[in-house]
Design a protein around this ligand. Structure first.
Ligand code: PLP
Length: 442
């Protein structure tokens, strides 16, 4: 297939370039919807890449950004700047730590993970870092080494290879059980064995998504994160939650740390911090850990870290979350999504598993419910079925981010119940289309 003219000179991520991009070229946003330059309206059921948590093209956000661009566009990160101090303070207030936090800003999630690891190594004097196989932490230098899924392969050998472990996956247990408590116990036993071989005194940090995002939308069994917390504390390993996807209301609380009741030592964030309005990310370090930098050089910096325009967008975003009570809204969305997804599961044998919390859910498609055989192999050499389904959903007015046969449903928190119910009706139709197509491939 030849490439369409508008994309002739643009390299599209994670894709063979000769595949014509599906759907319209998006021209503008209207809240939870995207509008193509042909006028087609598409409901953004995945907030882009689980990022546009506030929806699209918010006027208050645009005003805050424009105002800051006129006032002062750039101030190096070493200059004092009121918005930077204010955003750091508000993030500290939002953090799960009563002691507060200090914030280092970046321009995205991968960079935030790179810097969190560097900070952990500086603070502990240890060198190794642990990360799970089913994970995505970015493709910048260190983050690529942390990433467990196939998106790491192109970066190998990575400059910073993590010590890797299997974390629980209740639907496809790597620990051969259907019992969540056994899964957790065996996962912890597996982890301890690895740590013995690596030497706990060599391990600076353990990095984990508190709920797995694009590597499968996996909610860990109750008790697992808590067990990790106790384990890392015992070995004086810093626990880092990568909340690039789960932060800012996605799980029905400011952070998944709060939702799951486990406080790590650092949290990395991006995406939802400003609904991806402009590039912004960062690392929050709890006060008792961050004070280690009072008499030690914080040897990390980027020209665009704490960029005034990004700071203005972050503050505007926090106002929008607060004014709309959007973290609580995510809890309401949870109820609606759980109910509609349950009905879809009962209707469509193609759905093997449904899982999630807040406004972040995954549908895992299977070829056979009894054996749980995946409909699309995890590392499918041929992703065409995934592509056809995504294309069909776009034709039906839905953007759904899908990987390896797992559909990620994470609507903007400004979506109304009507928007969501309409989106579920369309999704129902698309799954019916998929079943018909598989039965009678043309
Ligand atoms: C959990 C998680 N961490 C890190 C990243 C990388 O963030 P970025 O793409 O901003 O570098 C992502 C991106 O999707 C992510 O989902």
């Amino acid at each position: 297939m030849t490439r369409q003219d508008p994309h002739r000179h643009y390299l599209s991520p994670w894709a063979k370039q000769d595949r014509a991009p599906a759907g319209p070229s998006f021209d503008r946003g209207e809240g939870a919807h995207l509008v193509g330059d042909d006028g087609a309206r598409v409901f953004d059921f995945s907030s882009g890449w689980i990022a546009a948590t506030l929806g699209h093209s918010n006027g208050d956000m645009a005003d805050a950004v424009a105002e800051q661009m006129r006032r002062l566009c750039f101030a190096p990160p070493s200059f004092p700047h009121a918005l930077r101090s204010e955003l750091a303070r508000r993030l500290s207030d939002l953090s799960p730590w009563s002691e507060g936090a200090r914030v280092h800003f970046t321009t995205g999630g991968g960079e935030a993970n790179d810097d969190a690891v560097k900070a952990a190594r500086l603070l502990t004097g240890r060198t190794k870092v642990m990360a799970a196989y089913r994970s995505y932490h970015g493709t910048t230098g260190t983050a690529a080494g942390l990433t467990g899924d196939m998106r790491r392969w192109a970066s190998e050998p990575t400059t910073f290879p993590a010590v890797r472990f299997f974390a629980p996956y209740p639907y496809r247990s790597p620990f051969h059980t259907d019992d969540p408590a056994v899964e957790t116990a065996r996962a912890m036993d597996h982890l301890s064995r690895i740590v013995i071989q690596e030497g706990a005194h060599n391990i600076a940090a353990l990095v984990i998504e508190p709920m797995v995002g694009s590597s499968g939308v996996i909610v860990y069994p109750e008790g697992y994160l808590d067990a990790l917390r106790r384990f890392t504390e015992r070995h004086r390993i810093l626990l880092i939650f990568d909340e690039v996807m789960t932060g800012f209301g996605r799980t029905g609380a400011a952070f998944a740390a709060e939702r799951f009741g486990v406080a790590p030592d650092m949290i990395t964030f991006a995406k939802g911090v400003n609904g991806a309005a402009v590039p912004l990310g960062g690392v929050m370090i709890r006060e008792s850990v961050a004070k280690g930098f009072d008499d030690r050089v914080f040897d990390i910096g980027h020209t665009n870290a704490g960029h005034p325009v990004a700071m203005a967008s972050g503050l505007a975003a926090l106002d929008l979350y607060e004014r709309g009570d959007l973290f609580a809204r995510a809890r309401e969305i949870e109820g609606l999504m759980a109910e509609r997804l349950d009905a879809l599961r009962q209707k469509h044998p193609l759905i093997g598993d449904v899982r999630g919390v807040g406004a972040f859910w995954g549908i895992e498609l299977v070829g056979d419910r009894a054996s749980r055989a995946p409909l699309i192999e995890w590392y499918a050499a041929d992703p065409s079925l995934n592509h056809s389904l995504v294309d069909e959903m776009l034709r039906r007015g839905l953007w759904v981010y899908a990987r390896y046969g797992i559909l990620m449903l994470a609507p903007p928190l400004v979506a109304t119940d009507d928007d969501l119910n309409d989106a579920f009706d369309r999704l129902d139709g698309a799954l019916g289309w998929l079943a018909d197509t598989l039965e009678d491939p043309k």
